[in-house]
Design a protein around this ligand. Structure first.
Ligand code: HGY
Ligand code: MN
Ligand code: MN
Length: 418
């Protein structure tokens, strides 16, 4: 473990491995937002925040916040954090590394005897991963004041309404406006890269330049359930056929847009369901959710317009109905703050770490916080770029290095920010 850093890497690593044990035992590592396991993980986090001397609360958007007032509270707040929820069968580092790194920074600064001028807050944002309600970044969206009424009415497969679920985990949707912040002077988020740039380049940390825009679209096709054996092909209204054609379209057009070299573009269909779901019944309904991402909004707008036209045509060709074509969420590409990025670069250099600028193809809470405060992210390498899978791994020294870089940047920002 790297020594003489302004943080305790061993303590941080032990926290991370402890939180990782709070998982669905049958599907490591799974701690889905709003689940009992998520609540258990949150309770443990809250206890760790309080053991570090932080004052804890859950804000109206359901975010867990640990706070230590500064010597000059009017100087504003430095916030550090990420998310503790996971994708199904996800990893031990995506999100959780950022929350626990933030806690370690708060502990280490306090133990060093440094009294920051700014208030310091450690945050675990609610539901960064796409939740069972079909929405991601729920807590940071709420803090940024961009949670739409229609989104609060989204339901999960059990029929629970999102606004109820937010209240259930300690939020207060009726006072959601109180979650919006105007006192945050700097937000820092540590995250695993979830890609190969740092590992391949043998670089210690990535300083994120921008976070892709993400658009998620739900499409539902409706046909008619018929006998798979006795119904002639020309009489069928097979709902899966237009869905399958859409999948081929999404892959083909994404590759076409990439070939333009006009900026990052990716798209996939990670959710697909068919009803009634029997091998000998012509599908009556097919539902897909498309996840499309770009750092160039013009590419995204072209993709969405063509997707709308083509899915309507696919429905017509198969004598089915395109019953739903809805944007579940739609965010623009977000630039990270240039001043904070320079602070992070200088901090990495001062600690003897190499760094590089890097764009993020993954979405992050920082993209929403950036709407209300200067925000920046530090990436650390993860083994073979693997993420959203149990094989996800980052080295203790890499985690300690990224955490130390943010700790140093916090100390510098506190002195520099008038
Ligand atoms: O999907 C993402 O980009 C992030 O991991 N939630
Ligand atoms: Mn993720
Ligand atoms: Mn994440």
């Amino acid at each position: 473990m790297t020594s003489n850093l302004p943080i305790d890497g061993r303590r941080l690593w032990d926290d991370l491995m402890h939180l990782a044990e709070i998982t669905d035992p049958g599907k490591p590592y799974t701690r889905r937002s709003f689940s009992p396991l998520f609540d258990e993980g949150r309770l443990w986090l809250r206890q760790r925040f309080e053991a570090a001397g932080l004052e804890t609360r859950i804000d109206a958007a359901g975010n867990l916040i640990g706070r230590r007032a500064g010597s000059e509270p009017a100087a504003g707040t430095i916030m550090i954090g990420s998310h503790s929820d996971t994708v199904p069968s996800g990893g031990r580092f995506d999100g959780t590394a950022g929350v626990l790194a933030a806690l370690e920074i708060a502990r280490s600064i306090a133990q060093s005897g440094t009294a920051l001028r700014h208030n310091l807050e450690v945050i675990d944002f609610l539901a960064e991963e796409p939740s069972e309600f079909g929405l991601s970044c729920i807590g940071s969206r709420g803090m940024a004041g961009v949670m739409e009424e229609r989104m609060l009415a989204y339901t999960d497969p059990s029929g629970e309404v999102l606004s109820h679920a937010i209240d259930r985990v300690g939020g207060n949707v009726s006072a959601l406006a109180t979650a919006r912040r105007d006192d945050i002077k700097a937000f820092f988020e540590l995250h695993i890269e979830q890609g190969l740039v740092l590992q391949d380049g043998k670089i210690d940390v990535g300083i994120v330049t921008a976070i892709v825009g993400i658009t998620r679209i739900e499409v539902v096709f409706k046909g008619s359930a018929d006998h798979a054996g006795t119904t002639p092909m020309h009489l069928r209204r097979d709902a899966f056929t237009p869905a399958a054609k859409t999948a081929v379209f999404v892959d083909r057009v994404a590759r076409e847009l990439v070939a333009r070299n006009a900026g990052l573009f990716v798209a996939t269909i990670g959710i697909a369901s068919v009803a009634p779901g029997a091998s000998n019944v012509v599908p009556q309904e097919a539902r897909i959710i498309i996840d499309a991402r770009s750092e160039n909004r013009a590419l995204m707008d072209e993709f969405l317009a063509r997707l709308d036209t083509e899915t309507a045509a696919f429905a017509k060709e198969s004598r089915t109905e395109r019953a739903v074509f809805a944007r579940l969420s739609d965010t623009n590409p977000t630039a990270c703050d240039a001043g904070l990025r320079e602070l992070l670069r200088d901090s990495a250099r001062a600690l003897g770490f190499s760094s590089t600028d890097i764009a993020s193809g993954a979405g992050h809470d920082a993209a929403f916080v950036a709407r209300i405060a200067p925000s920046a992210m530090v990436f650390i390498p993860c083994r073979d770029g693997k993420s959203h899978a149990p094989e996800e791994w980052a080295e203790p020294d890499a985690l300690a290095a990224g955490t130390a870089v943010i700790a140093e940047a916090v100390l510098r920002f506190d002195r520099l920010d008038a």
